[in-house]
Write a protein that binds this ligand. Structure first.
Ligand code: PGA
Length: 234
């Protein structure tokens, strides 16, 4: 079967990923396409709400996203951790401070993803559960805008660590050591229950399961020696 896929036939793959996933998913896809050069790929990037709609409308083979709602008839399998972190510009006064309390950030402006984003859902639930009200926030509908907003000093960002690997490595943004952070979520491979997956989609799902980890930097390395304690506490 694999030989067939690698041969002249190829096949078609429609894969949709969360905007937050595409940073590593595009690298994963590049490697997949090296092994399966004949596969014709349609790669869609949108937020959680958009992905759920595509699944409902049966427009995609496979989706990479946060945990889907239980009530939908989907097959979902976790394949990787997704830590959400608070990022600040390099010169922010709280950079380097240990164990910042959530209440101490109450008066900060937070750059938040739009309604319909999985990141946004989780962050809202997290703050609600702790009874913390964010006073000021600014909404931005891409992770890219949030990263740039943080860099230029518009506020603090609440993002998946997978969206900021490069900026962290360059020192353009820094992860704050805040109590109860990172918020630990997971990424899932999802398709409709009862859907007959094509050989190509099956090959892609297998590839994600076995290879995805190679395309993200280990987060304790990203968090840096000084912040491992915060991660260990989760
Ligand atoms: P999103 O990511 O925030 O880009 O919608 C999906 C998710 O986190 O579930």
């Amino acid at each position: 079967l694999i030989e067939e896929l690698k041969g002249t036939e190829g096949g078609r793959l429609v894969v949709a990923v969360a905007s937050t996933v595409h940073y590593f998913a595009i690298r994963l896809l590049a490697d997949f396409c090296k092994s399966y050069p004949k596969v014709r790929v349609n790669f869609k990037v949108t937020n959680r709400q958009g992905l759920l709609r595509m699944l409902e409308d049966n427009e995609v083979d496979t989706v990479l996203m946060g945990r889907p709602p239980e009530e939908l008839d989907l097959v979902a399998e976790a394949f990787m951790d997704n830590p959400l972190v608070i990022i600040a510009p390099a010169g922010h006064p709280r950079v380097g401070e240990k164990g910042i309390r959530l209440e101490d950030l109450r008066n900060e402006t937070f750059l938040m993803r739009e309604q319909g984003s999985g990141t946004r859902n989780s962050v809202e639930r997290f703050f609600a559960e702790r009874g913390v009200r964010i006073v000021a926030s600014m909404e931005m509908n891409t992770n890219g805008a949030i990263k740039q907003g943080v860099e230029v000093g518009l506020g603090l960002g609440l993002v998946s660590i997978h969206t900021v690997e490069r900026e962290l490595a360059d020192g353009r943004v820094v992860i704050l050591d805040v109590e109860a952070f990172p918020i630990m979520r997971q990424w899932y491979i999802v398709h409709r229950a009862g859907k007959r997956l094509t050989a190509t989609a099956t090959a892609f799902e297998d590839f994600v399961r076995s290879e995805a980890q190679r395309f993200v930097a280990p987060f304790n390395a990203i968090l840096g020696a000084g912040q491992e304690a915060a991660l260990g506490a989760v």
